[in-house]
Design a binder for this molecule. Structure first.
Ligand code: DP6
Length: 386
């Protein structure tokens, strides 16, 4: 396959602290408001994608997590077409068929923002295959809105923009991860069997039926955005924590105001939110903040110095029937240490409300990987199938 062009890349997940919810243009994916997110380290959660183009391939093909899927997905085709429109390679190569193989290094079923990493990775890898140098976040946006923020590391803002064609609805980095190196993230993966409305459908219904969304967009989001930028610039965790929680709560209020309601948080999610408020109250300061997306899992933000006591308390309040070693994945940490000084909390929930806990941090944007990391073999077929 000497004529093949092959690129392998990884891209991170991002978690919004100011939520994107609602589009003013469904096709172009232009949001009704700006949003801000933190990009998570790719060490523990990321998408990995290999893309190859070759004159020998008979048709375009895509494999996701080892299963062949239809390439006829309008969002996917849009991303490929938009990148090709900006391509700077020979026109013969633009006609070559494409093979795409993508995997997540965390369970997709966990309901963690996998589409943001997946589309960011796809578009980033495509931009390298087709030699596109411009800002590609507006193309990633057309795969999945939140994906445009995964094009950058650290703290990222996605601007709504004012143009009808969406060309200024792009993401830009507010600050790199190194600006606030103490920031840590703990994801509580909640056990849940309920099938949830997808964010795409949920937000569409919200735009159509919720007056509260219009109130949020008109009177609240800009204030949250300004305060969040200030909190990040000044590394003010108290402000960061308060605004993150307020914005998450307002987003879920808007979901509840949707008719019929879009309910994403479950009893365990609400127990986690109460726990966070009690923990902060017992410590007499902001130690931790929660945010919830379109599912029951909690994403907690905290500072490195608070992690041992917080994780220790989480294992007491939300116990596992298995071993603590398997319960907490991600950055290695020892919470058995007797000297841990955790605030007194008098809540204890039943075992196994959480599936597991991922301890991670804010990290960098997408990166290229060496050929040895390719997910496709020399014939352009997946090395692993499910
Ligand atoms: C709650 O980006 O998944 O996570 O643009 O329709 O693909 P589409 O939606 P998606 O929505 C994410 C919603 C959210 C909030 C956020 O990430 O800002």
């Amino acid at each position: 396959m000497s004529e093949n062009f092959v690129v392998t890349a990884t891209a991170p997940v991002n978690i919004a602290t100011i939520k994107y919810w609602g589009k003013k243009d469904e096709k172009l994916i232009i949001p009704v408001n700006d949003s801000i997110s933190a990009t998570l380290s790719s060490d523990y959660m990321c998408a990995k994608t290999t893309i190859a183009i070759s004159p020998n391939f008979e048709k375009d093909q895509i494999w996701l997590n080892g299963i062949e899927e239809s390439i006829e997905n309008p969002r996917l085709l849009n991303c490929i077409r938009n990148i090709k429109n900006k391509a700077k390679i020979g026109t013969d190569k633009l006609k070559w068929k494409i093979h795409i193989c993508s995997e997540n290094n965390f369970p997709t079923a966990a309901g963690l923002a996998s589409s943001s990493a997946g589309y960011a990775c796809l578009v980033y890898a495509l931009s390298h295959i087709y030699n596109v140098k411009e800002n590609i976040s507006d193309i990633a946006r057309q795969g999945s809105g939140s994906a445009c923020r995964s094009i950058y590391g650290g703290f990222v803002q996605w601007y709504t923009g004012i143009k009808n064609d969406g060309s200024d609805s792009i993401a830009l980095q507010l600050a790199p991860a190194s600006h606030w190196p103490e920031m840590r993230v703990i994801i509580l993966v909640v056990n849940d069997k309920q099938k949830k409305t997808s964010s795409t459908i949920g937000m569409q219904r919200t735009v159509e039926t919720s007056k509260l969304l219009h109130y949020r967009v008109k009177y609240c989001v800009q204030g949250h955005i300004d305060k969040m930028i200030q909190a990040i610039k000044n590394k003010n965790f108290d402000l960061f924590a308060e605004i993150t929680m307020r914005d998450s709560n307002q987003f879920h209020a808007v979901c509840l105001d949707t008719y019929p309601p879009a309910i994403y948080m479950n009893d365990t999610s609400h127990a986690i939110a109460s726990f966070v408020h009690e923990y902060n109250a017992a410590a007499n300061s902001y130690k931790v903040a929660y945010t919830f997306d379109a599912g029951p899992n909690a994403c907690l933000f905290t500072l490195e110095k608070n992690v041992p006591a917080l994780l220790y308390t989480i294992t007491k309040v939300f116990p596992t029937s298995g071993s603590v070693k398997d319960y907490i994945t991600g950055i290695p940490i020892n919470i058995e240490n007797k000297s841990i000084n955790a605030p007194e909390i008098n809540i204890s929930m039943q075992s196994d409300l959480l599936k597991y806990v991922i301890y991670t941090k804010v990290g960098e944007g997408p990166t290229l990987l060496p050929d040895t990391e390719s997910l496709l073999n020399r014939e352009g077929l997946p090395l692993r199938l499910a």
